[in-house]
Design a binder for this molecule. Structure first.
Ligand code: IPM
Ligand code: MG
Length: 369
């Protein structure tokens, strides 16, 4: 049976980097796998076409697909569109309506790139951490969320941070499960010193650990201190579990430890379906739409390609194929193939987006021989 992939390349560099993922999918199709790909719109391009950041028809397809691959959304062209239909709203609706509560953001330092990190080589060499970010709750979606006119020349802006027990339980379980197949350590981050939601977060994570995951090593950190520790001594961490907003910030910090935002993939997963065991899933690079370099063939497609590797692993039970793809990326980097973002202070010659994709496909082919 073919796997149905819905591709939402989006805006800016999204279509360019996704073009390289399609080459990789083509390679796997020629080598024993069966993916059926359909393209659709999300973000600013969807707004231009339908006046919505994601249409109901696209949402239907996303709900039915085996996995969604997303490029990036947004850009200055849509700065003035109404808030409800801004490009990011499309991404947020996909996350919310597919109930993709678990966002996995691995930050792995490739050996060939250890000198590109903003930290010293010895601090990041061999770094392999995983941020597990809650993705459908917290201040991103809490109500009320509004700007009120107070009628005295003042306005009041309100966002609401809200978490229920079950939301914390399920994200904590995902973190503990993943830790068991890694280094078996989880660090939970919140702000229990100022936020009630932080107090509950801490209590629930502690309880889930005690009830079901006592074999995993659990620690707690205040999220600000966690941010500091991430840049002081990142290798102390294995799995970090945190809420939607802290996870957004901490994952950008973690990304930079590895040298380039152009390298980091992510997976957003729902709960396993009771009947089929299948999880709804969306895979996307952590980077944005980079409008400043869009359309120039400069973007690094690796984050998007590694997001497809995560799809192989988490949606298609094809860990071997994921390993092969990751090894191909590693080989290309070790061979010195670099897009502009990976050039570093010594300079050198940058390859184009599509040359990087071709090199990765060639490495896949070599690895298969
Ligand atoms: C991310 C992005 C999104 C977020 C934006 C584009 C809405 O920053 O995926 O980290 O804030 O979650
Ligand atoms: Mg972010």
């Amino acid at each position: 049976m073919a796997h149905d992939l819905l591709i939402l390349a989006g805006d800016g560099i999204g279509p360019e980097v996704m073009g390289e993922v399609k080459k990789v999918i083509g390679w796997f199709n020629a080598n024993g796998m069966a993916f059926e790909v359909e393209d659709d719109l999300v973000g600013g391009c969807a707004y231009d076409a339908h006046g919505q950041a994601v249409s109901d028809a696209t949402m239907d397809k996303a709900l039915k697909a085996d996995a969604v691959l997303l490029g990036a959304v947004g850009g200055p062209k849509w700065d003035k569109v109404p808030y409800e239909v801004r490009p990011e709203a499309g991404l947020l609706r996909l996350r919310k309506d597919l109930e993709l509560f678990a966002n996995l953001r691995p930050a792995k330092c490739f050996d060939a790139l250890a000198d590109f990190s903003s930290l010293k080589r010895e601090l990041v060499e061999g770094l392999d951490i995983l941020i597990v970010r809650e993705l459908t709750g917290g201040v991103y979606f809490g109500e009320p969320k509004e700007i009120r006119d107070l009628g005295n020349g003042q306005k009041r802006a309100i966002d609401t941070q809200v978490y229920d027990t079950y939301e914390i339980e399920r994200i904590a379980s995902v973190a503990f499960e993943l830790a068991r197949v890694r280094q078996n350590r989880v660090c939970s981050m919140e702000k229990r010193n100022v936020m009630r939601s932080g107090v509950l977060w801490n209590e629930v994570v502690t309880q889930v650990h005690k009830d079901r995951y006592a074999d995993v090593q659990l620690s707690h950190m205040l999220a600000d201190a966690g941010g500091m520790q991430l840049v002081r001594a990142p290798k102390q961490f294995d799995v970090i579990v945190t809420d939607n907003l802290f996870g957004d910030m901490l994952s950008d910090v973690a990304a930079m430890l590895t040298g380039s935002l152009g390298m980091l993939p992510s997976a957003s997963l729902g709960a396993p379906d009771a009947a089929t065991g299948r999880r709804k899933a969306l895979y996307e690079p952590v980077h944005g739409s980079a409008p400043d370099i869009a359309g120039q063939g400069k973007a690094n497609p690796i984050a998007c390609i590694l997001s497809f590797a995560m799809a192989l692993r988490y949606s298609f039970n094809a860990g071997d194929a994921a390993d092969r793809l990751e090894a191909a990326v590693e080989k290309v980097l070790a061979d010195g193939v670099r897009t502009g973002d990976l050039l570093g202070p010594q300079g050198g010659t940058a390859v184009s987006t599509s040359q990087m994709g071709d090199a990765i496909v060639a490495a896949l082919e070599d690895g298969a021989r």
